[in-house]
Every structure is written in C-alpha cells, then in structure tokens.
Design a protein around this ligand. Structure first.
Ligand SMILES: *[C@@H]1O[C@H](CO)[C@@H](O)[C@H](O)[C@H]1NC(C)=O
Ligand SMILES: *[C@@H]1O[C@H](CO)[C@@H](O)[C@H](O)[C@H]1NC(C)=O
Ligand SMILES: *[C@@H]1O[C@H](CO)[C@@H](O)[C@H](O)[C@H]1NC(C)=O
Ligand SMILES: *[C@@H]1O[C@H](CO)[C@@H](O)[C@H](O)[C@H]1NC(C)=O
Ligand SMILES: *[C@@H]1O[C@H](CO)[C@@H](O)[C@H](O)[C@H]1NC(C)=O
Ligand SMILES: *[C@@H]1O[C@H](CO)[C@@H](O)[C@H](O)[C@H]1NC(C)=O
Ligand SMILES: *[C@@H]1O[C@H](CO)[C@@H](O)[C@H](O)[C@H]1NC(C)=O
Ligand SMILES: *[C@@H]1O[C@H](CO)[C@@H](O)[C@H](O)[C@H]1NC(C)=O
Ligand SMILES: *[C@@H]1O[C@H](CO)[C@@H](O)[C@H](O)[C@H]1NC(C)=O
Length: 735
C-alpha cells in the first residue's frame, strides 16, 4: 500500500517537473529554426515551423512563398517590429463597369482574428460618384465609409478630399474579428466612365497613398495591394494577468497591448534585441554603435564609457561633465564652494583677530606688569640686588602669575586676615610650601625708594624671632609681600583669649619676652642698618606651634641711617603702646620701641590689655595701672593668676621693675633694648628665689644703672629725616 502510494507520488512529482519545464519551454523557440525568408528576418514569436513560433496562435505562423513571408497563408508581411506591429500588404476591392453593367466586382474580406486594425490606417475610396464601405463584424458590427463625387476629372493636384477620392479614419471596435471593404457607383453615370472605369476601396497606412487624380481614377496606377499596419500581441491576457508567465526575456519589460488584449515585450532602455526570447535583449554599446539613435552623445567620443543599459561620459579628474553640451569642463568652484571658502576665510580672520587681540592684551598685561614693576621700584630693587651691596640679601621677586596660582586667583577662602592695613592671603607655592601673601599699600613715587630699602633690609633680617620676608611681587598695582607662614596666632590672641585659651605659663611668657627683647635689640643694633619697629605690641608678635615668638608687622618701622639716630616722623603706632615722648615731640628713636616693649611685658605679667576702659579712671592705661600698683605695693594683685607661683615671685617682681623702667616717661631714662634682654635673660637663668622687696626704685636703678647711662649717651644726637611724606608701609607679617 505504502509502496504504491510512494510510486504514485514519484510519478506525480516527475509529471509536475516535466509539466513546468514544458510550460516554460513552450514559450521559447526551438533551436535551428529557419530565421530567413528571402531577405526578411523571421523573429520569435513569429516562426515558420511548429515549435518556432508562439504556440496556440496561428497568427504567428509564417509561410515563406517565393522568398516572401506570409501570415494567414496569403497576407504578405513587409516589416515587423517587436512592439507589436506588423506591416502587411492588403488587397484593394474593385468594381468596374462597362457600357451596360458591372464587369468586375471584387470586395475584399479579411479575417482579423488575433490581429487588429489600429487607427493609423485610412479607409480610402477612389472613384467618381461612388461610395465605399468598411464593415467589421464581431460582438458589435460596425460600418464606416465615405463618398466621392466628380462629374469631370478633378484638378490634377487635388487631394483626397471627396472629389474623385475620399477617405475616412479607421476606428473599429477592438473585438472585431472580421472586416470587409467594398465600393459602388451610386449613379449610372456614363459620362465619367471614360476617365474612371472602376471604383476602388482599400485600407492603407496613413501617408502611404497620395491621390493622383488622373492616374488613380484610371486604374489606381495598377497597384493592387497597399501597406496596412496590423497590431499583434501575445495571448489574450494583460501583463498583470499573465504575471511571471509572460514570455518577455531578460532585460525586457512587458506592456499591455493597445489591442485591448494580450501583451507585448520591449527591451529596457539601453538594450536591444528580441525581447520575446530569454536572452534576446543585449546591452547596446552606445560608444561603438553606428546607430545614430542609440549612439552616445558625449561631445568627445573618447570620454564615452559603456555601461549596462547606458553609457557615461567620463571626464578626467579635475573636470566635470556639462550635462547640456555633454562636454567636459574644468571644475569650477560653485556657490557652495565659494560660501565654504568665504566662511573658512572669515573664521580664519576671526581667529586671527582674536589671536592678535589676545597677544595685544597679553602684551598690554606684560607692559602693565612691567609698569607696575617699575612703579613699585622693581628696577631699583634689581639694581640693589645686583649692585655692590651686602651679599646676604635673599629676596625673591615673585611673578604675578606665580602669586595668582599660589592664592588660587586670590580666592576668598584663602584670606587669612583683612584689616585696615590690607589683606593677607594664604598661598601655596608649587613646592607645597605655605606662605603668607600680603597686599601692601604704596603712596606716591617718593616712597618707592623707602619701600625698596625696607624690603631689602627686612629681607636681610635673618633672625629666628622675626617673621621672615621671603620676597615680593611688584608686578601688581599694589605690591605683594611674601612672608613665611606662622600658624599659631598672635600673642594678643593667646593672652586675651580672642582665639585661644590662655595657657601660657610664666616660663613661656618670660621666654617670649626674652625673645622679643632680643629681637628688638638685634633690630636696634645688630642689623646692618638700625631698624625701629615703631609698632611693637602683642598683636604684632606671632607665635608658632612651639610658642616661639615671631616679631611681625614692620609696617610702621623706620630705618635709621647710620648718621641719624633720631628721626622726625609722622607719629605712628598703636594707642596704649605709643611712646608719650615720641608722641609729643615726633622725634623717633629706638627708645620708643623700648616703651612699647615695656607695655608688652606688663601685658605678659598682668594678662591685662594695654588699654582697658573697664579699669579705674586713672588706670585705664596699663602703665599707670602698673605704676600705681607698684607704688602701693600691691603688685601681686595685678599679676595674672596663671603665672603667679610660690617660686617665681622674685622673677615676676624683677620683670615688673624692668617693665616700669622701660615705660619711663623720658626716653633717655629708659634702658636700651640690649640691656633689657640681658636682664630678662639673667632672670631666667637665676635659680635662687627672692622675696617681694619694697626697695623697688633703688634696686631697679642699681640693676639698670649702667644701661641707663649708655642709653643716654646713645640718644644724645638728634637727626632729622629728609623724608617729609612718610610712607605708611603695611608690611604686616603673615599669620
Ligand atoms: C530585399 O528586400 C527589398 C525590399 O524589401 C528588395 O528590394 C530586395 O530586392 C530584396 N533582396 C533580396 C535579396 O531578396
Ligand atoms: C487567438 O488567440 C487565442 C489566445 O491565444 C487562441 O486561443 C486562438 O486560437 C487564436 N486564434 C487563432 C485564429 O489562432
Ligand atoms: C489578393 O489578390 C490576389 C490576386 O490579385 C490573390 O491571389 C490573393 O489571394 C488575394 N489575397 C487575399 C488575402 O485575398
Ligand atoms: C453582424 O452581421 C452578421 C452578418 O451580416 C450577422 O449575422 C450578425 O447577426 C450581426 N451581428 C449583430 C450583433 O448585429
Ligand atoms: C445603367 O444604365 C444601363 C442603360 O441605361 C442599364 O442597362 C443598367 O442596368 C444601369 N445600371 C445600373 C446599375 O443602374
Ligand atoms: C505622399 O506625399 C508625401 C508628401 O507630399 C510624401 O512624403 C510621401 O512619401 C508620399 N507617399 C508616397 C507613398 O508616395
Ligand atoms: C483567452 O483565450 C482562451 C482561449 O481562446 C479563452 O479560453 C479565454 O477565456 C480567453 N481569455 C480572455 C481573458 O479573453
Ligand atoms: C541583462 O543584461 C546584462 C548586461 O548585458 C546581463 O549581464 C544580464 O545577464 C542580463 N540579464 C538577463 C536575465 O539576461
Ligand atoms: C544625452 O543622452 C542621454 C541618454 O541617452 C540623455 O539623457 C541626455 O538628455 C542627452 N543629453 C543631450 C544634451 O543630448
């Protein structure tokens, strides 16, 4: 059972394969078909023998008679084209008359079947007083005709327009399958017989018959057949209906026939050949073809390149094809190119301008920096640095750029302090060292020399208890001073608890006092040019992490030239610390610093502020407060509880006396800083205890007598400063 089934299946399969091949194959001509009939080339779907023409339609069968191809056995084919037209020769119909009656009647009948008659044929009647008729038969019958009248021979050059000849259009129903032509004289006119013995009716392709009255009325010039165009098509289905079953070959397309049924094929543009065979359509080589229609239109044949279905005119690089003349033109830049180039040029110019602007600005900046540098005494400084001066000058000149980077563009978070004297920034140098940068204020040019001098001198001070000036930057409008960074606040803060809880023991305080005294002593005498600080106060004494004192803020300090030991200056200093003598006379000497130091020492001892309005009327000033306490012998009352111990009373007492000595009203009576430092130093090394003594003035005099003498000697000469306008240099120490 299964075996039978599988055999059946195999059979069906074989059959179906064979069928498809048959169906496909039936549309193609056999090999070795006769392709010529005389000099007429027969092409598929037409063919002479079976298998060579399109099957199932006798219209495509050609019979070759005496080297002349015929369809329908006896219709001679003149030409044929693939688009579906056939030019054939059709017989005329004739009716001739003798004296009595018709002698020859010949109507013409044609079976159209699968041909049709397109409207580019004309139905023509030649004869006098005759009518002609074209009748078609099909689903609908149709008749048309025309009338020709003439009593005498028409003018020789008359057209076929009703006199001796008439014609009419052919527009017959598409489904017509048979036609008949005929003519007849409708009047028994013997008078026309001598010049028109017969009447004729025939179909002729438009333009293929020119009426010539004399000859044509006589015997139609003996022509018995006229060319007529017939339409043909494949099958009775449209392209859509036929679908892929159409026989159009490669590189061709199918199109519906004008006949109303069936289809035709044509090669694609650029191809030629027989579209009804599978590989009939071949690419036209437009570059080499001799056909003027198919030939390329490149102006220079050498540029022609054949392509499948076309050609191109290939121009050399750098040239482009002009489509109107099909010639190569040198590439010119179009508007887009011009626009692009303009844009680029514009951009380049813009860039250039901005670059130049930047350069100019940079130059201006540089000039400005240079200008500031000069204004701020940079030249002088350089001169002094390079010149024959003391060789231990170690001042660095910082650039504005470096300062900007160190302070992160003068960022607000970097501000350490801001006061009347200026702004102090914390700066970090590229080597990660921390510095304090201070904006100094400068007045007019006359102060420049002074400022530079001070910078130089201060930079020379290399004392461990002086905040070191590292350098300066003069390229800014306001000069910048760069100091070492001290991080533990001022003595003022420590004593008066502004920031820190005071935990300074007596030992600390004594050491700080010794350090400050030593520093001032050094400034007054040891430095290459004596320097008066002028603003010694607890707020100007910085402490580092080891509570080592660092004297800062030389903002008001004056250099004393060697030959002038007293200077007349505008009084400067801080109330409470200000030397009253200097205040009244305006004469500045080193003893002013001694006075201020005395106040600082008192502050260290008492923990009281230099000026305090909460104290009694007479004791607002720390000095008077101290003096009265000493006089009334109640020093212990005013000493800071934090320092007072059993074993240091004598030292405290001694220190208090030194403080009083320092704050004597007359400068001359004050000890020199050097001696003060020595006494304080001595206090520290002393180990023996002393009780409170009330021999105060005597002992102090005894202790400081020598120093007083020397101080008097030193301050005897009085000098005057030539500088009228005193520079206020805010050289405040970095914190
Ligand atoms: C070929 O056909 C033309 C006209 O169609 C005719 O004039 C010519 O004599 C023919 N040549 C041959 C060899 O049959
Ligand atoms: C006309 O064409 C149809 C369809 O192809 C065909 O069946 C028919 O036989 C043709 N007629 C003649 C007379 O060949
Ligand atoms: C046309 O006329 C000729 C004789 O002149 C005749 O042999 C031929 O068969 C006719 N053709 C048709 C299609 O009637
Ligand atoms: C067309 O003419 C033929 C022959 O004269 C006739 O037999 C037929 O009936 C006609 N058909 C129609 C639709 O008139
Ligand atoms: C034409 O006239 C002749 C003689 O007058 C007559 O015998 C003949 O029948 C006529 N023919 C026609 C078609 O009227
Ligand atoms: C008819 O005349 C036109 C111009 O007058 C000419 O082009 C054409 O070839 C002529 N046709 C024939 C068949 O002589
Ligand atoms: C095409 O012709 C065939 C055979 O003559 C016929 O069976 C069929 O109906 C026709 N189809 C159309 C669309 O005319
Ligand atoms: C169409 O034409 C191209 C170029 O001549 C050819 O390569 C291709 O095979 C053709 N296609 C078919 C289906 O014949
Ligand atoms: C040249 O030929 C191509 C294709 O054959 C056509 O598209 C184009 O219009 C022609 N150009 C000119 C200038 O004749």
């Amino acid at each position: 059972m299964i075996k039978v089934c599988s055999r059946l299946f195999l059979l069906v399969a074989i059959f179906s394969i064979a069928y498809t091949q048959l169906v496909k194959g039936q549309h193609q001509p056999r090999q070795n078909c006769q392709s010529k009939c005389g000099n007429f080339t027969i092409e598929y779907p037409f063919g002479i023998s079976t298998g060579c023409h399109y099957p199932g339609d006798k219209s495509f069968k050609i019979t070759c008679k005496k080297d002349k191809p015929n369809v329908r056995r006896n219709i001679e084919v003149k030409t044929f084209d693939h688009s579906g037209q056939l030019r054939v020769l059709l017989n005329r119909s004739t009716v001739c008359y003798d004296e009595e009656a018709n002698i020859e009647v010949n109507s013409y009948r044609l079976k159209l079947d699968n041909f049709s008659l397109p409207p580019n044929n004309k139905f023509t009647v030649v004869g006098c007083n005759a009518w002609g008729l074209l009748r078609t038969f099909g689903v609908q019958n149709h008749s048309t005709g025309c009338l020709s009248l003439c009593d005498s021979p028409p003018a020789p050059h008359s057209k076929c327009n009703g006199a001796g000849c008439c014609r009419t259009d052919v527009s017959i129903p598409l489904d017509s399958n048979r036609l008949q032509t005929g003519s007849e004289r409708f009047e028994n006119m013997t008078s026309v017989k001598h010049f028109n013995p017969c009447t004729y009716a025939f179909l002729v392709e438009n333009g293929m018959f020119n009426f010539s009255s004399k000859e044509d009325l006589k015997n139609l010039r003996g022509v018995k057949q006229f060319p007529v165009v017939l339409d043909w098509s494949i099958g009775n289905q449209t392209c859509e209906q036929a679908g892929s079953r159409n026989i159009c070959g490669g590189n061709s397309t199918c199109f519906d026939s004008t006949r109303g049924k069936g289809y035709n094929c044509k090669c694609l543009d650029g191809f030629e050949g027989n579209p009804y065979t599978s590989d009939g359509c071949q690419d036209i080589n437009e570059c080499t073809t001799t056909s003027s229609i198919l030939k390329h239109n490149c102006s220079d044949p050498k540029t022609c390149r054949n392509r499948d279905g076309g050609f191109e005119c290939k121009c050399r690089s750098g040239y482009r094809l002009d489509k109107t003349t099909m010639s190569c033109k040198r590439k010119d830049f179009g508007w887009a190119m011009i626009l692009l180039v303009t844009t680029i040029v514009f951009l380049v110019i813009l860039l250039g301008i901005s670059y130049i602007k930047q350069r100019l600005r940079r130059r201006k900046d540089t000039e400005l920096r240079q200008q500031f540098f000069e204004k701020n005494g940079g030249g002088m400084l350089i001169q002094r640095l390079s010149g024959a001066g003391p060789s231990n000058i170690d001042v660095k000149i910082f650039t504005e750029q470096g300062m900007k980077e160190a302070t992160n563009g003068y960022e607000e978070s970097r501000i350490l302090g801001q006061g009347g004297q200026g702004t102090v920034y914390k700066g970090i140098l590229p080597d990660n060292s921390i510095i304090a940068i201070k904006k100094a204020r400068l007045g007019d040019n006359s102060q420049v020399k002074q400022f530079i001098n001070e910078v130089l001198v201060l930079s020379q001070i290399n004392h461990r208890n002086v905040v070191k000036l590292l350098g300066c930057c003069l390229e800014t409008e306001i000069p910048l001073l760069v100091y070492e960074f001290i991080n533990s606040g001022t003595l003022y803060d420590h004593l008066h608890g502004a920031i820190y809880d005071s935990s300074l023991t007596w030992e600390h305080r004594l050491r700080i006092a010794i350090e400050v005294a030593g520093t001032l002593s050094y400034l007054h005498s040891s430095a290459s040019i004596p320097i008066i600080h002028r603003d010694v106060k607890t707020a100007n004494i910085l402490l580092d992490e080891d509570l080592t004192a660092k004297v800062a803020d030389f903002g008001a300090s004056r250099l004393i030239p060697m030959d002038k030991e007293q200077l007349t200056t505008m009084v400067q200093g801080t109330l409470g610390y200000l030397d009253p003598e200097y205040y009244t006379t305006g004469l500045l000497n080193e003893k002013s610093d001694v006075y201020s130091f005395g106040v600082v020492l008192m502050e260290l001892l008492s923990g009281q502020k230099a000026l305090c309005f909460e104290r009694l009327e007479t004791s607002k000033h720390l000095v008077s407060y101290f003096v009265s306490a000493m006089k009334e012998n109640r020093l212990h009352e005013i000493i800071d509880r934090q320092v007072m111990k059993e074993d240091n009373q004598r030292e405290i007492h001694e220190a208090a006396r030194v403080a009083l000595e320092c704050t004597r009203l007359m400068g001359e009576e004050r000890p020199r800083m050097k001696d003060v430092a020595a006494v304080l130093e001595a206090l520290r090394v002393k180990t023996t205890k002393h009780k409170w003594s009330d021999q105060y003035p005597k002992e102090v005099e005894h202790l400081l007598g020598v120093q007083n003498l020397s101080a008097q000697g030193d301050t005897s000469s009085i000098g005057y400063d030539s500088i009228k306008n005193v520079a206020i240099l805010d050289i405040e120490a970095g914190r």
